[in-house]
Each structure stands twice: as C-alpha cells, then as structure tokens.
Design a protein around this ligand. Structure first.
Ligand SMILES: [Zn+2]
Length: 368
C-alpha cells in the first residue's frame, strides 16, 4: 500500500535531447575547454538544494569530459558582497556585506559559513577527480572584462532600466562607503556623474560619512555591488567575452528556480536590445521543493522557524546532515544525482524534499 511510484513525463528539453551533453553541442565547435560556473551566497549553511546543485555540477563535469574529450573545470563564484545586515537610517535602507558583519563568534558571516561549502566541494573533487576553483565576487570584479561588461550595461541604462527593473526602473549598481561599508539598498542617493565607454564615476552618500566618489574603469580598484538582475546580466556578458578570448565554453549551472521567465527577461531581452547576437549557455539543475511545491529556501528568507516541522534538520542545514543521514546519506544522494545526469528525463524536472528524504533513507521507490 505504501509503494512510492515515480513517473517521468517528458517536459521541455527532453523532447529534443537524449543526452544532457547535447544541450551545448551546437556551441562546442572549436572550443578547447569547458568551464562550469556555480554560484552561491555564503550567508547560511548550505542546504539540500545547494548540495543537489553542487553534486549535479561535478557529475555534469565528469560526463561532459567523457563526451567531448575536453578538459572541464568548475568555477565556484562565492558572493560575499551581498546583504549581511540591513539597517534603516532616516527612512532609507542600507546594508553591510558578509565580509563586514561579524557573527556572535567574532568572525565574519563569510568566515563562518565558507568551511561548509568547501567541505562539499573537497568531497566532490576527490570523488570525481574534477578540479574546481573558488572565485570570490570581490576578486572576480577586478577583472577588466567584468568591468567592461558592467560599463556596457550602464552605458545602455535608459534602454535597459525597465527591462531589468519593471517596478522602479533602477539598475542598482552600488558602492559601499569606504569608511564604514554601509551601502544603499535602493539607489536614491547614488548618482552617475560620468558615463562613457571607458569609465563610470558615481557619487554615493553615506548617512555617517557624507558623499564619496567611486570609479569603474580598466584599472579602478573601488569595490562595487550589483543587485541580482544586473549581476546576472554582467556575468553573461563577461562569460561571452572571456570565451571569445580564451576559446572556452562557459556554462552557468544554476538551480532550476532561475529558469523560465528569468533568463528570457534578464538575459535575452537585454542582449537583443544591445544588438548582441551571441547567447549564454546555461544548464539548470533540479530544484528541491517543499511539500507545497515551493522551492526549499534558506531560513533567512522564510523565517527561522521554517521547515522545523519536518524534523529533518539535515536537509536544511549541512552542519547537521551527517548527524542525521551519516556518510552513507551523502553516498546515496551522490549516486542518485549521478544517475540523473546520465538520463535527461531524470534531470530535467524537480524533486520534493520527501523524495530526497526517501533516497537518503534508502526507502523502496518504484521507478515507472
Ligand atoms: Zn560610512
């Protein structure tokens, strides 16, 4: 009576491929190396969704290496520039990033959570014999091609503002105060003073330290942050330009919750508007859903009491994973996801937290 049946109705890309490697086949001509790009914010314990995304990327790397006989490397973009703490001063919202906010242990938020991400990556590197490289956002943004891509977007500010931000028409490029790190959430007191194809000069205002100027150019060193749509658009422009220079194919490996309307709006519409005819390569990994069909989220977004009712803390918090499911749990999840990657109908779909729990406990599942 309690049999769990699993069905695989065909959906989307499943109609046109029978191997996941075929998704990038039309872009592989003349390419010497494949780079798979993962990204994560280091603001929380990784959860089962993060693990699924990371294990998928390593399994894909192995598979693409076999299929194309080309080197494959994973680049993990870790974001320390994002909100660590939000404050409101005189009715304006400001934030400090994960580097500047300390936890109760006296270390920064980034320092607290980074070891858990590294632990997953090191395990996978050893198992899969695939190299990875961590790239922090503040390192990544020093690259002149990244800054060039950002300048290109800002040069087209009026053309793109309502595409990227239908609500307010803001393209949120922000600069932390050089004295205290406070950064404006909305860009009410941030003004672009100079906007040429070579450089940007922006004036921002800290509620404590007054106005300050920041610069973006080939050689600039001022730190900046971008909101999510801007960060994504700049990233694909950067990947497309670095691929041209290096004969690589960069593929973003993102969670499935970023698929659908998002890439149409944030990548394709802006590219068309800017008369660019190359397109980014992206492979979306299965999203892990809660019982109601919503993406399993970080507690910082849905509240600290969220998901406690499952009594499956290991799914939400990687630091509890081995206490709950043991090393064998990791093996089971790893084997499961490695099977998905070899079968598009298993990969191009989502899974619930109940399904994952059944896999982790080695329950009997009937695959139809
Ligand atoms: Zn300040």
């Amino acid at each position: 009576m309690n049999t769990k049946n699993v069905y695989y109705p065909l959906a989307g890309m499943n109609y046109v491929i029978d191997d996941l490697a075929q998704i990038i086949e039309n872009k592989m001509d003349g390419k010497d190396e494949i780079h798979l790009w993962l990204s994560a914010q280091v603001n929380c314990y990784p959860h089962i969704g993060t693990m699924t995304n990371f294990i998928s990327a390593f399994a894909l790397a192995k598979h693409l290496k076999d299929y194309y006989k080309k080197p494959v490397k994973i680049i993990v973009e870790l974001l320390e520039s994002v909100t660590g703490e939000e404050v409101e001063i005189d009715g304006h919202k400001y934030y400090k990033n994960l580097d500047s906010v300390k936890t109760d242990d006296g270390i920064s938020i980034k320092e607290k959570y980074l070891p858990y991400f590294e632990d997953i990556l090191e395990r996978l590197k050893k198992k899969d014999n695939i190299e990875y490289e961590i790239l922090f956002f503040y390192e990544y943004q020093k690259n002149p091609l990244v800054k060039k891509s950002l300048i290109k977007v800002i040069n087209n500010y009026d053309l793109l503002k309502y595409t990227l931000d239908p609500k307010n028409g803001e393209i949120r490029l922000r600069f932390p105060c050089p004295n205290c790190g406070l950064t404006e959430k909305h860009i009410i007191n941030t003004k672009i003073i100079k906007n040429t194809s070579e450089e940007l000069i922006v004036e921002s205002k800290c509620p404590k330290h007054g106005t300050y100027l920041s610069k973006i150019s080939d050689i600039s060193i001022d730190k900046f942050d971008m909101n999510v749509p801007l960060r994504y658009l700049v990233k694909i422009l950067y990947l497309m330009s670095t691929d041209k220079v290096n004969n690589t194919l960069s593929v973003i490996v993102d969670g499935g919750d970023w698929s659908g309307m998002w890439p149409l709006r944030v990548y394709m519409e802006p590219l068309l508007k800017m008369n660019i005819s190359t397109v980014p390569s992206i492979i979306y990994t299965p999203t892990i859903l809660d019982w109601s069909g919503s993406k399993l989220s970080k507690r910082m977004y849905v509240g600290n009491s969220a998901y406690r009712e499952y009594l499956k803390e290991g799914l939400i918090n990687y630091s509890e994973f081995y206490n709950q499911y043991g090393e064998i749990g990791f093996e089971r999840l790893y084997n499961e996801i490695n099977q998905w990657v070899l079968s598009p109908k298993k990969f191009i779909r989502d899974y619930t937290i109940e399904y994952i729990d059944a896999v982790l406990n080695d329950e009997k599942i009937n695959f139809i």
